[in-house]
Design a protein. Sequence first.
Length: 247
Amino acid sequence: MQLLERCVKIAKALMSSNTHNGLSISDLAQKCDLPISTLHRILQAMIQQGMVEQNKQTKHYHIGTIWMEIGLQIYDSIDFINVIRPELQRLSKEVGESVYLSKMSGTDTIIIERIDNISNPIRIYDPLGIRIPMHIGSGNKALLAAMSDEEVTNILSQLVTLAEMEQLKKQLIQIKAQGFAVSHGEFTKGTSAVSAVVYNGFNDIEGVVTIDFVSFNVSEDHIQTLANRVMDTAKRISLKLGYKGVV
């Protein structure tokens, strides 16, 4: 189990690196808090499995291609091409903004799909795979509003203080009642977002659809229009995924 945890930690460090040149073993050892000798042994094993690659000239390490292969296989298995992606493309075209689909992962959400609107000269770009803590942003609040109070308490207790949790729970009551969530500048300054939850055929939460837009000079009427659009899209996707409840 310890070896597995270390492998995952190394992979995350390499994926989160801001440089295209990779990381030296000393930098990686510092990020992972591992002795260089131990790290070297693990890296050699990961290289054999395609999890890590090493540049022969610089000796720096990069994330291996097997992660992309696994990700693409998972991506394909969820059937985005035939079910979800066309609906996101339709929404992006209708509203002229960037559209995202995110899924829960522990106390975070991960952006798993993004549709950029090429006609919009101002694009908000949040990369695929980025993690966002569950107490931040409209998408996460929409997800929390769809959960039980016990689930919400369990997640938020790991992220915020008790006072902050109670304040957030008050917001969630309104979000649940209206069917969508709105946020302003919580993750990226100068931007706003509206979101609605997607459900699957097991009547479980599948993810959340979000429209991101520049918040300068945006009226409440326009926000409501975007909210109506994102709720309609979330409903269509849910029905396509076999959801039988009321969205």
